[in-house]
Design a protein around this ligand. Structure first.
Ligand code: ZN
Length: 110
């Protein structure tokens, strides 16, 4: 990987981290007071519980991705980024660009 490619990946990772941090910092919309003209029937309460569950699941996924991205950033900083964790060969740049937190090459991922 060329230094320019590595710099590009670092930018992708840093931007994605910012995106996730913004998402996680957002106030939970379900905890906002319900406006008086919204009926709170049994069904809408169920709907809102489901929406809450989905939001929690999404937050969990984003936190996991955030951890992966932060460890990718650590590897970029300490120079160990871009090598497959199994076969130790360099991971294709195209793969890293699409999935910057990838730790194995495409053949080991299969
Ligand atoms: Zn591999």
């Amino acid at each position: 990987m060329t230094p320019a490619q590595l710099a590009k990946i670092r930018t992708i990772v840093e931007e994605r981290i910012k995106e996730i941090e913004t998402f996680l910092a957002q106030k939970d919309p379900e905890s906002q007071p319900v406006s008086p003209d919204v009926a709170i029937g049994r069904l809408s309460r169920l709907d809102s519980m489901q929406a809450q569950q989905m939001l929690l699941a999404q937050q969990r996924r984003q936190r996991e991705e955030l951890e992966h991205l932060q460890s990718a950033l650590d590897r970029i900083n300490n120079g160990s980024y871009g090598n497959c964790a199994y076969c130790l060969s360099p991971i294709a740049y195209e793969r890293l660009e699409a999935m910057p937190d990838a730790v194995v090459c495409i053949s080991c991922a299969r």
